[in-house]
Design a protein around this ligand. Structure first.
Ligand code: MG
Length: 410
């Protein structure tokens, strides 16, 4: 049974959803440097960490959810990954994208994607919040199409290659090395066979020794992925990468600032350890540029930033052309974000791993919002077989966390 008649988009709405109701916008911003900080004394002046690479984070977890409603009452949900400025993505949707979509057939997803992108293309809007807003709309259109046809999104994409999606836990919390080892072992006991730790916020030697201690503690049971958040220059990254290689790390993520593409190509050539990056990039063009220059061994597109499921599929094909595998990136995310990643993971041959944010276990922005929580078993998540993304939101929970009024539609 599926919808075959005429269908029109009646409404394109978006809702800022935050983990606490008393969130006060930019007043809540905090610099990442204050979390674990650019701290400690380091005797080598060339290795000094000035913190220029660190992002600011919202004080509370926040996302922008997108809802598209048809004239006959079908509903699709999407998500834009837009911390800490979901209000900006919301303005783009309200003022720019919704007027292009109202009255159109929601099923022509590729055509809508191209039209939305074209609308600001010559003005240079090729990434960032523009593509985050488009991603939210695109994901909602796929959810809607799946519901209209009575099929899970992965089947509409030509899958599945797999329905059990391997995940890694990201990232291992703790101020001290001992805290991090205890946390990592806890995740391994929970069934994860890969965990991610951060470096790049403290002195280099201290960071690398801590990484080596965690790798040693879970050796033989889990791979340890190391994320440096763009902290280093090429020479430091090569040296750090060689030490991590000897310690047995499984990948080295974002060792360089994203703009240093030549640096990445040199680093990929110098190390045996795979170099992973790509959470910054959007669209087929940006990934093709990076991959053509051999500047990544593994890419980490964020489906809610890089342009949605439509563009994620094209990025996966580009990666496959270059014999590179891709992973789902997630961070401040709801189950809609994760589900969009899982469907694409199920439907692409060169998928490797899905990021499962540690915060997903604690924040009310995650599993509290859905009827069936996304909790990995033995380090895997099953992609839903239900129509669309297969996510059913709990109206009261979403409404309670939304800064915008939601008139609920069943
Ligand atoms: Mg990262």
């Amino acid at each position: 049974m599926g919808h075959t008649g005429a269908m029109k988009i009646a409404r394109v709405e978006s809702f800022r959803v935050v983990a606490h109701r008393d969130y006060e916008g930019s007043a809540g911003l905090r610099a990442a440097t204050t979390q674990s900080g650019v701290r400690g004394h380091h005797p080598r002046v060339l290795a000094r960490n000035d913190g220029r690479h660190l992002c600011v984070y919202p004080a509370q977890a926040e996302v922008l959810l997108v809802r598209i409603v048809t004239d006959d009452g079908l509903v699709g949900w999407g998500e834009a990954h837009a911390p800490p400025i979901p209000r900006v993505a919301q303005a783009l949707i309200t003022d720019l994208l919704a007027p292009q979509l109202i009255g159109r057939d929601p099923r022509a997803i590729d055509a809508h994607w191209e039209a939305m992108y074209a609308s600001m293309r010559l003005r240079g809007y090729a990434g960032g919040v523009m593509l985050e807003a488009m991603a939210g709309v695109d994901i909602a259109l796929w959810d809607l199409l799946g519901k209209a046809l009575g099929q899970p999104v992965y089947r509409l994409l030509g899958g599945p290659f797999r329905t059990r999606i391997p995940c890694y836990l990201s990232g291992v919390p703790g101020e001290s090395v001992d805290d991090r080892i205890v946390a990592a072992l806890d995740f391994v006991n929970d069934g994860f066979t890969a965990v991610k730790i951060s470096v790049g916020r403290g002195p280099l030697d201290e960071d690398l020794e801590a990484a080596a201690s965690v790798i040693h503690a879970v050796w033989g049971e889990a791979d340890v992925l190391v994320d440096a958040h763009g902290a280093y220059d090429t020479r430091t990254a090569v040296a750090a990468g060689r030490r991590l290689e000897r310690a047995g790390a499984a990948w080295f993520e974002d060792p360089l600032p994203p703009e240093d593409v030549e640096g990445y190509a040199a680093l990929c050539a110098a190390l045996d350890l795979p170099v992973a990056n790509g959470e910054t990039e959007c669209t087929r063009w940006q990934f093709n540029d990076k991959l053509s220059r051999r500047a990544a061994d593994i890419i980490l597109p964020d489906i809610c930033r890089a342009g949605g499921i439509s563009e994620g599929r094209k990025i996966a094909v580009i990666a496959d052309v270059h014999n590179v595998r891709w992973c789902v990136h997630a961070s401040i995310s709801t189950p809609i974000h994760l589900a969009a990643g899982l469907h694409l993971a199920a439907a692409t041959p060169n998928f490797l791993l899905c990021e499962y944010p540690q915060a997903f276990r604690t924040t009310p922005l995650a599993n509290d919002l859905v009827e069936v929580p996304l909790r990995p078993v033995d380090g895997h998540l099953d992609v839903s077989d239900a129509p669309g993304l297969g996510i059913t939101l709990v109206a009261e929970e979403v409404q309670a966390l939304s800064l915008d009024r939601i008139d609920w539609i069943a």
